[in-house]
Write a protein that binds this ligand. Structure first.
Ligand SMILES: Cc1cc2nc3c(=O)[nH]c(=O)nc-3n(C[C@H](O)[C@H](O)[C@H](O)COP(=O)(O)OP(=O)(O)OC[C@H]3O[C@@H](n4cnc5c(N)ncnc54)[C@H](O)[C@@H]3O)c2cc1C
Length: 469
């Protein structure tokens, strides 16, 4: 190996950029880091745009402040590392609503992603099945068992709790269904306690007690300057060479390192590096690994993704309730899956001219065709449905934006954690200088992806001989 390490980060989303920053902080001085991003812009699902003169998130909107294990989240730690801590802002209005029978009801508190630890508190939106959550003298789950969230909660609390609470809350994050999504991946704290506790109420309470929240502590934060400033600051702090419009098309083992084929077929470029952080979604990762590591490719390539569209409308002086937004159960028959009242939720986005910015997300797993409707159709349908849910005719929008995110949200089915662990173990044994990072493996969300990228960077540093001093 050369005296100076050369590390390629493939994928310029937040996982890849967090990996690049960690490599800069911990690898020996002089390490050459290059980030290859196939699109024209860094950030992946983080993209701040502009609508009616306001900065608006066209992708991810905010990050969790706390780590599930306690302490601040990896996203907050990265923001601070990049000197942006003072720009963190929190929602000024946190209360959101659920659409039930066409109208809005406040989302009950005290649940874990909609799974209640106190059945009486959810009675305003759903009637839990009586007497189903019985203690059968053993833990809810076996030591290595994984189930879908829906299967567990339906069996213990009945259908209404799933359909009216858990499904819309999980749908808001994954655009997927509780009946398909893995408990271990989407709700790891609940999965852990379900391996000890004998009832679901007991498991929810134990998970909540394991990570107590200081009263009044904010759950979410974002950057007043927009999340793209996090992306730019990470790229700058990493000191990496940034290659935009540079798709990596092939990865070939070369000695202990790798040869990358970059760019279009006719002008393909070959680059040799000592190590690779592969921070792209699971499907492109599987295509790149099909040659060098077919078993690994098979292990990660089966992950399916949902497509969503985000429709943002600028409405002049609409009558909006004092809510951060609302979630829509699939059973309500609406196109809108969730809506955020940006200018109510975030104080820094409030305007003096009465204009409100409202975003709706559209598209559930398996309904990709809805996302392919024209911009005009999506905007008109969202406008009509918003008026119906709010019970007031909304004014015509003065501006609008439609952002499609095709194949963007991973649908982790039960057993995902084990499949990824097996793939990583096989990769580590055969090709220790290539490490997987990002949402395709470790879960959805900015904090999880930051941690995933940082962990990948640490593993690369270990594989190449240990940190710099
Ligand atoms: C609509 C939406 C809203 C969301 N809202 C939130 C939110 O509010 N809060 C939150 O915490 N999380 C949110 N998430 C989830 C979060 O944004 C993602 O989990 C996270 O950003 C994924 O980061 P990543 O780096 O793993 O992947 P990505 O962001 O997908 O980045 C991967 C990058 O790799 C590039 N790439 C792919 N193939 C190649 C190749 N062959 N060569 C080079 N580059 C390649 C892609 O162009 C992309 O830029 C949201 C996700 C979506 C889709």
């Amino acid at each position: 190996m050369r005296a100076t390490w050369r590390v390629a980060v493939v994928g310029g989303g937040i996982a890849g950029l967090a990996a690049a920053v960690r490599l800069r902080d911990r690898a020996p001085a002089g390490t050459e880091i290059t980030v290859y991003e196939q699109s024209g812009a860094l950030g992946g699902k983080l993209r701040t745009g502009e609508l009616a003169g306001s900065p608006v998130e066209f992708g991810a909107e905010s990050f969790l402040m706390r780590d599930p294990a306690g302490g601040e989240s990896a996203a907050v730690a990265l923001v601070r590392r990049l000197g942006l801590g003072e720009r963190i802002v929190h929602p000024t209005v946190g209360q959101a609503a659920l659409v039930v029978d066409g109208g809005l009801r406040p989302i009950p508190g005290g649940t874990l992603v909609g799974v209640p630890g106190d059945l009486e508190r959810v009675a305003t939106v759903a009637r839990p099945a009586p007497d189903a959550d019985v203690d059968a003298g053993r833990p809810l789950l076996g030591a290595d068992e994984d189930v879908s969230v829906g299967a567990l909660v339906r069996a213990r609390f009945g259908d209404e709790v799933v359909d009216r609470l858990v499904d819309p809350m999980l749908g808001g994050v994954y655009a997927g269904r509780a009946d398909d999504l893995s408990l271990t991946t989407t709700m790891p704290a609940l999965a852990r306690s379900a391996r000890v506790e004998h009832t679901l109420v007991g498991a929810v309470r134990a998970a909540q007690a394991a990570a107590p929240r200081a009263p009044g502590a904010p759950v979410f934060g974002t950057l007043a300057s927009g999340l793209s400033t996090l992306v730019e600051a990470a790229a700058a702090a990493s000191g990496a060479t940034i290659r935009r419009g540079a798709a990596v098309r092939e990865l070939t083992p070369a000695g202990a390192g790798w040869r990358l084929t970059v760019g279009p077929t006719r002008e393909a470029e070959s680059v040799d590096v000592d190590a690779v952080v592969l921070a792209v979604p699971a499907r492109p990762a599987a295509r790149l690994l099909a040659g060098p590591a077919p078993r690994v490719a098979e292990g990660v390539g089966g992950l399916d993704y949902a497509s969503v569209a985000l429709v943002t409308l600028a409405l002049p002086e609409p009558e909006l309730p004092e809510l951060s937004g609302f979630l829509v159960p699939g059973t309500e028959g609406l196109l809108i899956k969730a809506s955020t009242f940006f200018t109510t939720k975030w104080g820094h986005l409030r305007r003096t001219d009465g204009l409100a910015l409202v975003r709706a997300s559209v598209g559930r797993y398996g309904e990709e065709r809805q996302v392919q409707r024209t911009d005009e159709d999506l905007a008109a349908t969202v406008h009509r449905e918003l008026s119906a849910v709010l019970g007031v005719p909304l004014p015509a929008p003065v501006a609008g934006h439609v952002q499609r995110w095709g194949g963007s949200l991973p649908q982790y089915t039960p057993g995902h954690v084990d499949r990824v662990a097996a793939a990583r173990a096989a990769l580590q044994a055969s090709h220790p200088t290539l490490v997987l990072a990002g949402a395709g493996y470790d879960g959805v969300g900015i904090p999880i992806c930051v941690r995933s990228g940082e962990t990948a960077a640490e593993e690369i540093i270990t594989a190449l001989g240990g940190p710099g001093t």
